[in-house]
Design a protein around this ligand. Structure first.
Ligand code: UDP
Length: 349
């Protein structure tokens, strides 16, 4: 008689974030034991509230820039820990870069000592403002290393470098996914990203903010499709030893997205144009041939379909704070861990 397999012990860094919490749901549903690690810089207790009493779920509040306090056997480590929307990752750019470099190294060290397989959430931002279209994984990118997005773009590029060096040295079975724009329930209303901004503005009757002409493009992947791809890449037997794009190749201008959001919300909001942020990529669309061939993966949820539960989520979230108008993004306040320098200098912790 077959004995049921022992649950896999899986660490999800960034597990209380938008994508991370959906990943925790999916892993629990497939029978894994999930340790969710999050600093709550941009993650939220609300995202994981339904999981807190689950017998295979545990939570550790921790910033991966510090050594990771997890002991015992680990089978899988997913690293999704990093602020990912431009306003949030630019609010504390040094911490963003350290999260992608020092934080990733800390998790890779844990993968090495525990023998866990490792999946690094990288990003389409490694392509910068791309000169080729659509973006294939063998394109090296066009990134301004001194611009305001560099803390994230270059941090994630360095994170990939660390993974590949440890992979080449045979020390960690590291896999890298380059995630393109993803949306769905549990995005933060104050995320500052296009999908959340437009929906919240449309539902609140505020003007929809379009940066630049609105003719720049993005490709939007629904979160359940992305999560299926993350698990597929982690579980594929042979390490592809190459980064894998995950995203929905459907490409829309920002104005087209605004029209769709207006239709689906029934909003009569006006549109207001604002200056284009520095280094804002003009076109973005993933070539997902590699994911199709290696993982048999492709997205299933078209944009108009995925926007509906996303709008429903924000409608519900906004109904719980009726007196609070949607405000432009304020930089998040980060609780600073006590660092050796501040201790030595006797400064405030
Ligand atoms: N954008 C916009 N209005 C907003 C927020 C974003 O026009 O309220 C634009 C932004 O300039 C970019 C695109 O929408 O061209 C996608 O921005 P987002 O911050 O969602 O993600 P990015 O792909 O730039 O990281």
């Amino acid at each position: 008689m077959r004995t049921p397999r022992e649950p896999r012990r899986v660490l999800v860094a960034g597990g209380a974030g938008f994508v991370g919490s959906h990943l925790c749901d999916a892993l629990l549903a497939r029978g894994d034991e999930v340790i969710c690690l999050d600093s709550f810089l941009t993650g939220s207790h609300r995202n994981i509230a339904p999981l807190t009493n689950h017998k295979r779920f545990s939570l550790i509040e921790h910033d991966i820039c510090e050594k990771v306090p997890v002991r015992g056997r680990l089978d899988r480590i997913y690293n999704l820990a990093c602020a990912a929307s431009p306003p949030h990752y630019q609010a504390d750019p040094i911490h963003t870069m350290m999260t992608s470099v020092v934080g990733t190294k800390n998790l890779l060290d844990l993968a090495q000592t525990s023998g866990a397989r490792f999946l690094q959430a990288s990003t389409s931002e490694v392509y910068g403002d791309p000169e080729t279209h659509p973006q294939r994984e063998d394109y090296w990118g066009h990134v301004n290393c001194t611009g305001p997005r560099a803390c994230y773009d270059e941090g994630k590029r360095a994170g990939e470098t660390l993974c590949f060096d440890l992979l080449r040295q045979g020390r960690v079975d590291a896999r890298i996914v380059r995630i393109f724009n993803t949306y769905g329930p549990r995005m933060r209303a104050d995320d500052g990203r296009i999908v959340s901004n437009l929906i919240v503005q449309a539902l609140s009757g505020d003007p929809l903010t379009i940066y630049g002409t609105g003719r720049q493009t993005r490709s939007f992947c629904y979160v359940s499709d992305l999560v299926a791809g993350l698990v597929a890449l982690m579980e594929v037997d042979e390490n592809p030893a190459a980064p894998v794009n995950l995203g929905n190749p459907g490409e829309f201008t920002i104005l087209e997205l605004a029209d769709l959001v207006m239709d689906l919300t029934g909003s009569h909001s006006a549109i207001t144009f604002r200056p284009l942020p520095a280094d804002d990529p003009q076109r973005r669309r993933p070539d997902i041939t590699r994911a199709r061939e290696l993982l048999g993966w492709q997205p299933r949820v078209p944009l108009a379909e995925g926007l509906q539960p996303t709008i429903a989520y924000f409608r519900e979230a906004l109904s719980q704070v009726p007196a609070t108008p949607h405000k432009p993004i304020a930089p998040p306040v980060r609780r600073r861990p006590r660092t050796p320098d501040s201790v030595l200098a006797g400064g405030p912790a």
